[in-house]
Design a protein around this ligand. Structure first.
Ligand code: ADP
Ligand code: MG
Length: 345
């Protein structure tokens, strides 16, 4: 970034005006947006869904390989993903930022370009936020607000025995992207060598520019499929299916050979001597949907190439297991699966 405009030259209110000058309202539910003490929303009798996330530089993102525009985009997407995971439609977001004097106006403009790109793509309104300085680094907090017809939200705690376990898209790619970028960062720091991303656009894109699965929620609604339980995959399949099982008081069986893994990602995992299955189970940040459906709905999901059936729900006492390609059975644990305690059954 060549030009640098000091934020102090605008002042706090000047900055907020600057960042929100082209903000457009898209939803009838947004009654009052940026500019007052609070925003006002009317969801016309529908229920309101709220989710919030905090992103801290050095903990959740690394600006040495994350473009600010992508960061802004992703900070919105991860929150919208949570709203879709409730089977709701996101309608508004608030964005709060704190930044040190390392950041000039041009940097914040980049961040907001990504924020607005995501808001436009998913038709949500930016209705407020807060702006502060920080002693060190960048902090972003996004709150997403959505709406759902009364009672139509879907929880994690309502999966039933024999339900099919489904996931959208492909898993493990974001973790591989992170592994590659971290490797190149380390090489750069040690040797000064320019990053070699080896044409791995797919996995890098999965990390830096995720999308929220609005299309899957729409598909399910059109096909009149009501998942029995749902959440988004942010921590890795293993940890996330365990949340559904624990909260539903159920067990599960997952089949390794059913896991949807992108072919390029798989080849790159082998190259790094990583097990693609481990990347699916323990990697994170895929922002795909994980949901359970009753067996009666199997024919309906079969037609969608973006949905994979990867296992089924069992009674709690049967525990949570992975059946490997070779047919052996391993206990699922939050970090993946447990070889040590694996019981061949
Ligand atoms: P307050 O003093 O009540 O915190 P502010 O001066 O911080 O109000 O905010 C004024 C208006 O600008 C409010 O509507 C607030 O929601 C909005 N706002 C503040 N910071 C941001 C931001 N970073 N992005 C979007 N809107 C913001
Ligand atoms: Mg404020």
């Amino acid at each position: 970034m060549n030009q640098r405009t000091e934020i102090a030259s605008l002042g706090e209110f000047g900055l907020i005006d600057h960042l929100t000058q082209n903000n457009e309202i898209k939803n009838a539910s947004t009654v009052l947006s940026v500019g007052d003490d609070a925003a006002v929303m009317d969801h016309f009798g529908r229920q309101t869904v709220v989710s919030t996330d905090l992103l801290i530089e050095g903990i959740h993102f690394d600006l040495s390989y994350t473009p600010l525009k992508h960061l802004g985009y992703k900070s919105i997407i991860v929150n919208l993903s949570d709203i879709y995971a409730m089977n709701a439609t996101p309608t508004q977001v608030t964005v709060s930022i704190a930044f040190s004097n390392r950041f000039g106006l041009e940097a914040l403009d980049e961040l907001y370009a990504g924020i607005y790109a995501a808001c436009n793509k998913y038709q949500v309104d930016l209705v407020g936020g807060d702006t502060s300085s920080s002693q060190k680094g960048l902090i972003i907090s996004v709150t997403a607000i959505g709406e759902v017809a009364p009672g139509n939200f879907i929880k994690r705690s309502t999966a039933q025995p024999n339900d099919l376990i489904c996931v959208s898209g492909e898993l493990g790619g974001a973790f591989l992207g992170l592994t590659l970028l971290e490797r190149e960062k380390k090489i750069f720091e040690e040797t000064g060598a320019q990053p070699d991303l080896e044409n791995q656009a797919y996995i890098v894109g999965r990390l830096l520019k995720p999308e929220a699965r609005q299309d899957i929620i729409e598909y399910l609604a059109n096909e009149k499929i009501i998942p029995t339980a749902m959440m988004d995959i942010s921590d890795g399949l293993s940890s996330d299916i365990l949340h559904i099982c624990k909260q539903s008081k159920m067990g599960c069986v997952l089949y390794e050979d059913k896991f949807p893994i992108n072919e390029e990602a798989k080849q790159f995992a082998y190259k790094l001597q990583l097990d693609p299955t481990a990347c699916v189970l323990s990697g994170g940040e895929d922002y795909e949907l994980l949901f359970t459906i009753s067996q009666a709905d199997f024919e309906k999901v079969k037609g969608n190439k973006s949905i994979s059936v990867i296992g089924y729900i069992t009674n709690e006492k049967e525990g949570c297991h992975l059946i490997t390609r070779g047919g052996s059975k391993h206990q699922l644990i939050a970090q993946g699966w447990n070889h040590a305690k694996a019981k061949e059954q």
